[in-house]
Design a binder for this molecule. Structure first.
Ligand code: FES
Ligand code: CO
Length: 323
C-alpha cells in the first residue's frame, strides 16, 4: 500500500484505562510499536531494540526507563540509551544506541500513536468532556478485514433494517429518506435522516430517531441520533487501526445524555451484539480492498455517504489495503 497519507494519521491502539507501566505491543500500518506509561505521560517506540532487534515490549519499565528484555539496555523517554550493562565501566554509550520514538498521546479515553513525520489533527469527540453526556469506551474488536470496509459499514444506512433487524431497523421500514451530505470544517456531515427503530439504544424503546452521520478522518466516523419524541441523544464513534493486512482493531465510544447514573453494561452488551452482526458481513466482503473507482460495484442514492467516503479516500490518495 502507498501508506503516505495514512502515515500521518493518528492511530487508536489501546484503551487508556488499561495502559499501565507494563509495556504493550501494538501494531499500526504493519509497524510493530511498543507503548507504555510513565508517571505523567504515555510513550511509543518502534518495538525493536537497535542492539539485536528484540521486541522492547517484552521488557519492563524501571525508574521511568524502558529496559530491553535481551541484554537490558535502558532507554529514556526520548529514546536515548542511558545504560548498557555489558559496557566496561567508564566507557561512553555509543550515540547510535537509540530507540525510534513515535508520537503518543492519551485522548478521549484511548492511546493514539502517530508513526509519521507530519501529524494530522486529532479527531474530536466533544461529548467526552461534557457533563451532560456519559461516554464509555467499547471494544476493541478484532476484525479480519481492511479498515475502509469497516468504516464504510458503519456509515451504511440500508443494512440497519436487515443485519440489525429488530434492533436498529425493521424490514417493513426499509426505505431511506432523501438526505444531504456536505464537507465542512474538515469532515463530511449529513443532514438529519429519520429512521424507524424497534430498539434504538438497547432499552427496547421503539420509535423514530434522527441520525446525523459524520466522517471525521479516513479511519474514523461517528453518528448522533436524537429520539424524535424525547430529548434523548445516543452516539457512536468508531475508529479503526489497520494493524496488518486484513487485520484491524475497532475501538468505539458510546455516549448518551440519559440514564447517566445507570450501569453501562446494557449498552456495551447491545454494541457487542451489533458488532458481531456487522463483523460476519464485513469479513465476507470481496474484494477485501474497498473499490474506490465508482464504476466498480453498484451505488444507489441511499449510498450517498459511502460514495462520499470512497471519493474522499481517492482524493486523499489513500489506498485501501496496507503496505
Ligand atoms: Fe536489546 Fe540486546 S537486543 S539489549
Ligand atoms: Co451495522
Amino acid at each position: 500500500m502507498k501508506k503516505d497519507y495514512l502515515l500521518n494519521e493518528w492511530h487508536c491502539v489501546y484503551l487508556a484505562s488499561e495502559l499501565k507501566e507494563e509495556p504493550q505491543q501494538v501494531f499500526a500500518l504493519g509497524e510493530r510499536v511498543v507503548i507504555y506509561r510513565t508517571k505523567t505521560e504515555v510513550h511509543a517506540f518502534k518495538d525493536l531494540c537497535i542492539h539485536r532487534g528484540a521486541a522492547l515490549s517484552l521488557g519492563k519499565v524501571k525508574n521511568g526507563l524502558l529496559v530491553c528484555p535481551y541484554h537490558a539496555w535502558e532507554y529514556n523517554t526520548a529514546g536515548e540509551c542511558e545504560k548498557i550493562p555489558a559496557l566496561p565501566c567508564g566507557k561512553a554509550i555509543p550515540s547510535k544506541a537509540k530507540a525510534t520514538v513515535y508520537r503518543c498521546i492519551e485522548h478521549i479515553g484511548f492511546i493514539w500513536v502517530n508513526i509519521g513525520e507530519d501529524p494530522a489533527p486529532l479527531v474530536a469527540f466533544p461529548e467526552y468532556d461534557q457533563d451532560e453526556y456519559r461516554t464509555v469506551a467499547i471494544g476493541p474488536y478484532d476484525v479480519k478485514a481492511n479498515a475502509p470496509r469497516i468504516v464504510e459499514n458503519f456509515l451504511d444506512i440500508a443494512h440497519l433494517m436487515f443485519v440489525h433487524e429488530g434492533m436498529l431497523g425493521d424490514a417493513d421500514h426499509a426505505e431511506i429518506p432523501v438526505f444531504d451530505i456536505n464537507f465542512t470544517d474538515g469532515r463530511y456531515i449529513t443532514s438529519e435522516i429519520l429512521l424507524y427503530q424497534p430498539n434504538p439504544d438497547g432499552r427496547s424503546s421503539e420509535g423514530y430517531s434522527n441520525y446525523v452521520y459524520e466522517i471525521l478522518s479516513p479511519m474514523t466516523a461517528r453518528f448522533k441520533k436524537k429520539a424524535q419524541d424525547s430529548n434523548n441523544e445516543f452516539s457512536f464513534f468508531i475508529t479503526v487501526v489497520q494493524e496488518k493486512e486484513e487485520q484491524t482493531k475497532v475501538f468505539m465510544l458510546h455516549s448518551r445524555n440519559f440514564e447517566l447514573d445507570q450501569p453501562d453494561e446494557p449498552y456495551t452488551r447491545f454494541t457487542d451484539i451489533l458488532l458481531k452482526q456487522d463483523i460476519e458481513i464485513i469479513e465476507s466482503q470481496k474484494p477485501e480492498l474497498l473499490p474506490l473507482d465508482l464504476q466498480e460495484e453498484m451505488h444507489l442514492k441511499s449510498d450517498a455517504i459511502s460514495i462520499a467516503y470512497r471519493r474522499w479516500l481517492k482524493k486523499l490518495g489513500v489506498e485501501t489495503g496496507i503496505i
